[in-house]
Design a binder for this molecule. Structure first.
Ligand code: HEM
Length: 125
């Protein structure tokens, strides 16, 4: 298997894990579960994001190209992480927690649409 393909598999695995973790934490938030503050659930998303970034940058280096749509994904990933921090840790009012949760889900879907279309504005472009 070539290096790009191996990195892409790692990237896709990280993408799936990151999305599932966000959804799972969202379900815990909606149900008011104390499990949301469990240490592994607070650390794991950061580890998965690190793999996501490393595999993404790895593909950028192997292909020796940094297209605008990848830069757009990078910026939105920072916003996606902020949504998670706000929804699951920082926001104290329930309405704002749910607002950040929905915003995070929309951002994730938007990033995925950018990845698939290779357009900086994804399906909106
Ligand atoms: C939540 C964040 C992210 C999601 C949901 C995501 C999703 C995806 C998906 C679904 C693909 C496969 C697209 C396809 O083959 O049709 C992909 C490929 C890729 N992603 Fe990401 N990604 C994310 C973050 C990043 C970041 C931060 C970078 C750069 C540092 C990056 C760089 C790439 C590259 C270079 C490809 C390969 C595209 C190709 O096959 O030519 N991604 N991503």
């Amino acid at each position: 298997m070539n290096t790009f393909l191996a990195l892409k598999h790692l990237h896709m695995l990280s993408v799936a894990l990151l999305g599932l973790l966000f959804l799972f934490r969202g379900v815990l938030l909606v149900n008011g579960s104390a499990l949301l503050q469990a240490r592994p659930l607070r650390i794991l998303p950061h580890a998965v994001s690190a793999f996501l970034l490393a595999s993404g940058f790895g593909m950028v280096m192997v292909s020796a190209a940094l297209p605008v749509w990848v830069i757009s994904k990078l910026i939105l990933l920072v916003f996606f992480i902020l949504c998670g921090v706000m929804a699951f840790q920082r926001a104290d009012k329930r309405s704002s927690q749910l607002g950040w949760l929905v915003l995070g889900l929309l951002t994730y879907a938007f990033i995925a649409s950018i990845a698939v279309t290779h357009q900086p504005l994804g399906l909106l472009g």
